[in-house]
Design a protein around this ligand. Structure first.
Ligand code: PMP
Ligand code: GLN
Length: 378
């Protein structure tokens, strides 16, 4: 069979989590918490099932959940999205990204991404015949020179994918970045896919600069969010997409034939959990404390820590430790030292030798302490 994605194999997250299990290593690779989510959530799923939420949810999402999302967004950003026409509930952020690209990208369309980039962007663009144009972010700060981004523009540029806070680098976009972007796209019909799944994981009192805060960006943006991150429940695979009515119409044309609608009792449970509560507000402090704790633990290892302004990932250079390529080094870390991480070269389409690994700190403090003890031997 002729593959539609010839360069693609099993994702690095599956590979490293499997190896971690095989070698009984502490798994700081794939991004997911190792502590339980709020038991209230489980109770609310049971309640929703008992209450009869067991058949198809409405195609664009459970009505109460869409209203609740609109209220949450307004509370956090003071911006209104219409639950009927601008909010669609999805099977996690991944499906929202896939569906937005499927709805927009035609063969030959160019999409700009910033590398290192979350791994699903490039293959999904290519699946629909799009061409990936890459801006290379440079460690340690991974900042963007927008004049250089402009050099990537052609008459075929259809979309720019943003991801702030960024996976894997933990870098964030500033108000200045957003203003530069506005200048750049002014007068073009370039659309934006803004992956904001780590919107609340932003530290040191910095503010998340959602594209929705800028009318010139909001009107052309799909914004992707994930309840997996918000509720410490990545396995629930629920999220949503915010977009102006015209974009949402196109999004839903694909969504209805891709999944039609998503898990009904869990949508109801999330709606009841989030409605009228601030259950999720503590998440910023929770993860900032973990970041500080983890960075403190790693301070007396030979790893050099890169800045972490957001997300639940800490990147570290091992160039003082080894000359190995990051994939080889990560596999050796699992086998010899019992800690699983992600080689950051996996977030690039072309291999590189930056010697940086990503460690997930969405873990119990005891897990982080144990991992650090092992990393001190490296
Ligand atoms: N975007 C980024 C940047 C992510 O890290 C992830 C996964 N954690 C997703 C999208 C996908 O989110 P979900 O698990 O809700 O599909
Ligand atoms: N987003 C998670 C990470 O970056 C993984 C999600 C997945 O395994 N697809 O680790």
């Amino acid at each position: 069979i002729q593959s539609k994605l010839p360069g693609v194999s099993t994702t690095i997250f599956s590979v490293m989590s499997k190896l971690a299990a095989e070698y009984n290593a502490i798994n700081l690779s794939q991004g997911f918490p190792d502590y339980p989510s709020d038991p209230k959530l489980t109770e609310l799923v049971n309640k929703a099932m008992k209450d009869g939420f067991n058949q198809y949810a409405p195609m664009p999402g459970n009505t109460l959940l869409k209203e609740t999302i609109a209220e949450k967004v307004e509370k956090c950003y003071n911006i209104k999205y219409n639950p009927d026409t601008e909010i669609t509930v999805t099977t996690g952020g991944t499906q929202a990204i896939f569906t937005a690209l499927a709805a927009i990208i035609n063969p030959g369309d160019e999409v700009i991404i910033f590398e290192p980039a979350y791994d699903c962007y490039a293959p999904t663009i290519k699946l629909f015949g799009g061409l990936v144009k890459t801006y290379q972010l440079a460690p340690p700060n991974y900042s963007i020179d927008w004049d250089m981004v402009k050099k990537l523009f052609t008459s075929s540029t259809r979309m720019i994918i943003l991801n702030s806070p960024q996976n894997p680098t933990g870098s964030i976009l500033s108000d200045d970045d957003m203003k530069s972007l506005i200048k750049l796209i002014n007068g073009t019909d370039i659309l934006i896919l803004s992956d904001e799944v780590y919107e609340h994981l932003i530290y040191d009192e910095q503010q998340h600069r959602s594209v929705m805060l800028y009318p010139e960006l909001k009107e052309r943006s799909f914004i992707v969010a994930s309840f997996g991150k918000l509720l410490h429940a990545t396995g629930w695979k629920l999220g949503y997409c915010l977009a102006p009515e015209q974009l949402t119409k196109e999004f839903r044309k694909v969504h209805q034939f891709n999944v039609f609608s998503v898990n009904s009792p869990m949508q109801q449970a999330i709606a009841e959990y989030i409605k009228n509560t601030d259950n999720y507000i503590g998440i910023t402090n929770f993860f900032e404390t973990k970041r500080n704790y983890f960075r403190g633990l790693l301070a007396d290892t030979r790893f050099e820590l890169l800045p972490c302004n957001g997300s639940y990932f800490q990147c570290a250079s091992y160039s003082k430790i080894s000359d190995e390529k990051d994939v080889d080094f990560s596999i050796r870390l699992i086998k010899e030292f019992g800690v699983a991480t992600i080689p950051v070269s996996a977030f690039y389409q072309k291999a590189n030798d930056h010697k940086i690994i990503r460690l997930c700190f969405a873990k119990e403090n005891s897990t982080l302490a144990l991992a650090a003890e092992k990393l001190r031997n490296v």
